[in-house]
Design a binder for this molecule. Structure first.
Ligand code: 3EB
Length: 345
């Protein structure tokens, strides 16, 4: 299959029958009973908690805690809801699964030591998750989140993020995926656990992945950024009749180069320009962009930049744009901020 061009000028209508929208919200977190109440809702597909203050685990496979520390000390839950009744399972190796007839949430956590390092953990995880998705009634991955510890540790091709990229690419290649990647996030947590944590959203029909004309496609980054290029699309339009768009983790990369070293404000603004460029391609009207129907997550490398991140977002984006801010390491050590999200919830 030929590789797609880097930039898609604009998106054709989805060829397949449209799915109902996935509904995503940030919901103020109460105690453990509040989590139980959410999980009692039959249309809740997934609940993501963040940081030390969130419950670590739950017997229900729909709950996952990501060990990203919120800038505010406590973050709300991220809640995904579907139209149908959700069924769940947890496989013997811990892979969690929840689905209705249209969408599936899945999650896997791999102990790096048990596999032999971040590369082997990523290869194993990607083979496993591709197989699980392919065998299901929701065989199309739309969006993947990858969280690993100490992402920038190691020099050159030994940097842990780059080892992760090798394992991911090898795992995907083993299953025949060499392009047509889903949208993704790849961020470093700081939990000293060395456990690769991956969760995803898949659907009954395929979305339309697309690229950013301002950026070289990640899967075509030159060799200097690692042995295997990062396997993700810049964004993906959901297979819904509305204009729902999953925005991959986005930073101050123009072409393939990081811009504005040591300048947080300029990196932030470049990141917003990149996100706007993706919404241009998706033909989201200026009036509908960002705002209350666009849920963002931001990651700052340095605590000193957290206040500036929130202030700048309030200054540059429409009022009421929900954004959760976390401390996280971005996959190139010179990058200070990254933002991802979903537009049109
Ligand atoms: C970038 O543009 C920034 O490896 O899955 C963003 C989104 C980034 C996803 C991933 C990495 C990933 O290259 C880093």
């Amino acid at each position: 299959m030929p590789a797609r061009p880097d930039a898609t000028p604009s998106l054709a209508p989805a060829p397949q029958a449209a799915l109902p929208e996935l509904r995503v919200s940030y919901e103020t977190r109460g105690d453990a009973a509040a989590l139980d109440a959410l999980l009692n809702e039959s249309q809740v597909l997934a609940v993501i908690g963040f940081g030390d203050d969130a419950p670590a685990t739950h017997a229900d496979p729909r709950y996952l805690r990501v060990n990203l520390q919120p800038v505010d000390g406590a973050a709300p839950f991220e809640v995904w809801r579907v139209r149908g009744a959700v069924r769940t399972r947890r496989d013997g190796d811990g892979l969690a699964w929840a689905c209705d007839d249209d969408y599936a949430f899945g999650a896997i956590e791999i102990d790096e030591a048990a596999c032999g390092g971040p590369e082997a953990a990523a290869e194993f995880a990607y083979r496993r998750l591709v197989d699980a998705i392919a065998a299901s009634a929701t065989p199309h991955a739309l969006r993947i989140w990858n969280y690993l510890d100490a992402i920038n540790l190691g020099e050159g091709d030994d940097e842990r993020y780059r080892r992760f990229c090798v394992g991911r690419a090898v795992g995907l290649e083993a299953r025949g995926f060499t392009d047509a990647y889903p949208a993704a996030t790849g961020i470093g947590v700081r939990d000293d656990r060395r456990v690769l944590q991956i969760y995803w959203l898949a659907a009954r029909t395929a979305g339309v992945a697309f690229e950013n004309p301002r950026q070289v496609s990640a899967w075509r980054y030159p060799r200097r950024y690692g042995i295997k290029a990062p396997a993700f699309a810049r964004a993906l339009r959901a297979p819904t009749s509305g204009a729902q768009v999953y925005l991959s983790g986005t930073a101050a990369i123009v072409g393939h180069a990081s811009h504005h070293h040591d300048d947080f404000a300029a990196q932030f603004d470049e990141t917003l320009t990149n996100l706007s460029s993706l919404l241009d391609i998706a033909r989201i009207d200026a009036d509908d962009r960002f705002g209350p129907r666009c849920l963002l997550k931001g990651y700052v490398r340095h605590a000193a930049d957290a206040a500036a991140a929130r202030a700048r977002l309030a200054e540059k984006l429409p009022a009421g744009t929900p954004a959760l801010w976390f401390y996280g390491d971005i996959c190139r050590s010179e990058l200070l901020v990254e933002i991802d999200g979903v537009q049109g919830v």
